[in-house]
Design a protein around this ligand. Sequence first.
Ligand code: FMN
Length: 179
Amino acid sequence: MRALVVYESMYGNTHAVAVSIAAGLGASYEVTLVPVTRATPELMAAADLLIAGGPTHMHGMSTAASRRMAAEAAAKEGSGLAMDPDADSPGIRGWLSQAGAGHGLAAAFDTRIGGAPLLTGRASRGIARLLTARGYHLLTAPASFLVSKEGTLLEGEDARARAWGALIGEDARSASAMA
Ligand SMILES: Cc1cc2nc3c(=O)[nH]c(=O)nc-3n(C[C@H](O)[C@H](O)[C@H](O)COP(=O)(O)O)c2cc1C
């Protein structure tokens, strides 16, 4: 069974979370981990399970404007922010909007600032909506992994992402066995 983990990341947090989710999934699936720029229709078609995640920008999924803002913030002298190698992308929204009809099971995640989702927003709700619109069946509620206001992953979030990946793998295997 194959799982595809697709991430969008400007500063590396969502990338790091995706790596941990993929590690957790590895117990029950053969996992491919790619940024949105390399999430080809062939990889999607070959996957029994799709996990997609991105950063929360302006309370939801990123846009071209919010990605530009993120890049400008990183370019400022002394920002301390480093761009992810695959930051330049159409974003999860652009990728899923272009993607063909999907099949099988899926789950959505995001990174966002710690706090009540009502205040911070969360990209994973929009990602989950797009996955459903493409024909995927959501295996579980969207998940958020939290960063500090300074933009670093909170302690324990890597481990939580790994555990979430492992649980999704087990649930997806059980769901497939019953289908
Ligand atoms: C332009 C911009 C807008 C953001 N808007 C929000 C927001 O509305 N809510 C929130 O919780 N975090 C917001 N953040 C913080 C990011 O969600 C957070 O830093 C995330 O971990 C970044 O992921 P990345 O390192 O993979 O790019 C914003 C960050 C940027 C750069």
